[in-house]
Ligand binder design. Structure first.
Ligand SMILES: [Zn+2]
Length: 225
């Protein structure tokens, strides 16, 4: 089964009907962006699998609730569809948009973790798993890479004119735990535990968006010539 086909099955029903085509196109664009960047540096990028779940999931990296995460142990991005829909709704309310880019920006961030992971072939699994060691640096890089991939998708005409605002809003949301209703706040705090503050997150994303992946750190510069 081709990757694309398997992927389509996995994310079916992830979002309301209207948002799904953009989600699919954007993720495809992100994957192409990184595959081509690695290929340009004569490296291969093993595309992470995407696995959607609803509410709860237990895999190689432990159990997950309302969250999205890249698991290096099985090169898979797991994400909760219910969480994505709640984040979309929250961003929609805050920005008076449809919010459909909010989950895509999160997925772009997790894909950024995958990119960083595959650029460190010498690291042990333990080093790769312990995001806390270099937590903030890794997170800033993932935000920057999400911004860079978003910039490319934007030039490809995949985005509409509120999507950039929606991406910044979701980063702002993830970095600021004080103004949300309690359940969503807890959910986002779980993901944001090791993440920088909202201002820094927005800044990292913006840097990648405007300057491309070469601005996202020494590690990435190798594939961003
Ligand atoms: Zn992260």
């Amino acid at each position: 089964m081709t990757y694309a086909f398997r992927y389509m099955l996995l994310i079916a029903a992830a979002l309301p009907a209207g948002a799904q085509p953009k989600f699919d196109r954007a993720v495809q664009s992100f994957q192409d962006t990184w595959r081509q960047a690695f290929a340009g540096a004569r490296q291969s990028f093993p595309l992470p699998r995407l696995v959607a779940y609803r509410g709860k999931h237990t895999g190689r990296c432990g159990s997950m609730g309302a969250n999205a995460a890249f698991c290096p142990a099985d090169n898979t991005i797991y994400y909760d569809q219910i969480f994505f829909e709640e984040v979309r709704r929250e961003v929609a309310a805050r920005t008076r948009t449809d919010g459909d880019y909010a989950p895509i920006a999160i997925l772009g961030h997790e894909l950024g973790h995958a990119v960083a992971h595959h650029l460190q072939p010498g690291a042990t699994l333990h080093q790769r798993l312990s995001y806390r060691v270099n937590g903030t640096k890794h997170e800033a890089m993932a935000d920057c890479l999400s911004g860079a991939a978003t910039g490319t998708a934007s030039r490809q005409g995949i985005l509409d004119n509120t999507d950039y605002t929606e991406a910044l809003a979701v980063l702002d949301l993830a970095g600021s735990p004080f103004v949300l209703e309690p359940t969503l706040r807890d959910q986002i705090a779980k993901h944001a535990g090791d993440h920088p503050t909202s201002g820094n997150r927005v800044e990292s994303f913006r840097k990648g968006y405007t300057q491309g992946p070469a601005a996202c750190g020494d590690l990435v510069r190798r594939i961003a010539q």
